[in-house]
Ligand binder design. Sequence first.
Ligand SMILES: Cc1cc2nc3c(=O)[nH]c(=O)nc-3n(C[C@H](O)[C@H](O)[C@H](O)COP(=O)(O)O)c2cc1C
Length: 180
Amino acid sequence: MRHLVGIIGNNYSGSMNRKLLQYIQRRYRDRFALTLLETGTLPLFSQDAEAHPPAVVTAFRTAITAADGVIVATPEHNHSVPAVLKNALDWCSRIEHPLEDKRVMVIGASLGPMGTVRAQTHLRQILDAPGIGAQVLPGNEFLMGRAGQKFDVHGQLVDLGTAAFLDTCIANYLEFLERA
Ligand SMILES: Cc1cc2nc3c(=O)[nH]c(=O)nc-3n(C[C@H](O)[C@H](O)[C@H](O)COP(=O)(O)O)c2cc1C
């Protein structure tokens, strides 16, 4: 079975994007194992520390290197990715490049109607930076707007149209992982 990691793009305890990744973890557990990685535990990136990064950074990067693929769930903060997610990606761009040629799926959930479209556009640009060099699944824009109304108290997706579209995007991502 494939082993993927899911990067949670915020440090908020009530994060919708964590909830979304947890839902994916449960719903597709027969098809892949998904380990969730927190970004809020990483210290602020500094070039002073890059030659001798803290253990938490090394563990974060090692988990990505070992994974068959990566799903990044981003919220939208002021029309871009949250600072904690950008920080995590900066740690993955210097000395070690765990995302290089890694096949990545971008998803996101927001409370507003736009479903992180601006953040996801920025995230795709960041993942294409020379220090990062990920292979991002094209198309498949899984934009969950009004996320506060999409889950029940058990974290289940109650919007069946959204769940069906997620099935399609995940199937496309799994096919992308199989490509030579
Ligand atoms: C600092 C900040 C900036 C935000 N900016 C945006 C924004 O630009 N667009 C948007 O749709 N939602 C914005 N929101 C609302 C988020 O959609 C909402 O907080 C959402 O729950 C974030 O995802 P999360 O639950 O995974 O943290 C912002 C929230 C915060 C705290």
